[in-house]
Ligand binder design. Structure first.
Ligand code: NAP
Length: 304
């Protein structure tokens, strides 16, 4: 660990959901933080961070970052192998630890993906690219795998860690997943959901930020992939009941196989279910699900 020493940290991204929580934590502990992002929204940290504006998929990246050194780089927005290959070329020999935010979808695009998925389940044949709406989901998982594979191939040039996470909940979720259920409950209407009795295991945005903060500079995870997820595995029906309880509602849940993710964001088959045992063995836990629900629902109600 880098301990209490102030770290020089670059966050690629960092201005929206999980990245914002991460940057706030790093600043609180006295790190010197640089953000690289396109600037589509104002940087919420003002002069407390160094801000570099550019697109990571373009030569902006080399222009802004060639020759720079950092104790750690957190890559919040790599989606294609080329994104990470470009970063490897810029940072090899200049960065102590590169932490890549990946996804549990790297397991879902595998043929017969085991559930729960453990880190060693990454290897093996991939499913064929599906047709229709599923194609974009497959592309996402395969793109993230290409990013991870680039880091694995470059492990002698750039010390890195791949953090795999499932669906993320928390205040400020841009996809408004829990917010949509809460609004429907407040309307008093029934919740139409598919897969109501399937077990789900998500992750809390602030726990992801805390995990990244803890892992930066940790020699035990160099060259490794690690899963993070909450401990609880409620069914979707139970999870919606807990959310309802938080606002004093008892939602009527209608199991409807045909419902889409617009009506029920957790009713997708593209939802990974990760085993976080490896991270737990490293001493990194996760706040209780009740904390995630209280944080998230409280924020939804405050911003209705
Ligand atoms: N949300 C989930 O449920 C979930 C689940 C699993 C994995 N993930 C992973 O989590 C990561 C995203 O997390 P987040 O939204 O919380 O991150 P974030 O760092 O809070 O927000 C995304 C950041 O990336 C910047 N950005 C986007 N495209 C860029 C580009 N081409 N060049 C430079 N900067 C760019 C955005 O700012 P500008 O717009 O100003 O550029 C913003 O700062 C992704 O890697 C995703 O795969 C998310």
């Amino acid at each position: 660990m880098l301990g209490c020493v102030s770290r020089r940290i670059l966050v690629i991204g960092g201005t929206r959901f999980m990245g914002r929580f991460l940057v706030a934590r790093c600043l609180a502990r006295g790190d010197r933080v640089t953000l690289f992002h396109r600037g589509t929204r104002p940087n919420p940290f003002g002069a407390r961070v160094e801000q570099l504006i550019g697109d990571r998929t373009s030569p902006d990246f080399e222009r802004a970052l060639s020759g720079r050194t950092f104790d750690a780089v957190v890559d919040m927005v790599g989606y294609q192998g080329a994104d990470v290959e470009r970063a490897i070329d810029v940072f090899a020999g200049r960065v102590g630890h590169y932490l890549f935010v990946s996804t549990g979808q790297v397991y879902l695009v595998r043929e017969n993906a085991p559930m729960p998925s453990r880190e060693e389940d990454y290897g093996g044949p991939l499913m064929a690219r599906p047709q229709g709406d599923d194609a974009a989901q497959w592309d996402y998982g395969v793109g993230k795998r290409a990013c991870e594979d680039a880091l694995i191939a470059a492990r002698d040039r750039l010390p890195s860690t791949r953090l795999r996470i499932p669906m993320v909940n928390g205040p400020g979720d841009e996809q408004q997943r829990i917010a949509r259920y809460v609004r429907r409950m407040l309307d008093g209407g029934p919740l139409r959901v598919a897969f109501a009795d399937r077990r789900v295991r998500h992750v809390d945005a602030q726990e992801v930020a805390r995990t990244i903060d803890l892992l930066l500079g940790d020699a035990r995870v160099l060259g490794e992939a690690v899963n993070q997820a909450q401990d609880e595995t409620p069914t979707l029906r139970e999870l919606l009941g807990l959310i309802g309880h938080e606002i004093g509602a008892q939602p009527e849940i209608v199991d409807d196989e045909s419902v889409g993710t617009e009506a029920s964001p957790f009713s997708t088959r593209w939802m990974s279910f990760l085993d976080p045992a490896k991270l737990r063995a490293l001493g990194v836990g996760h706040a209780p699900l009740s904390t995630t629900i209280a944080r998230t629902v409280g924020h939804v109600l405050a911003t209705l």
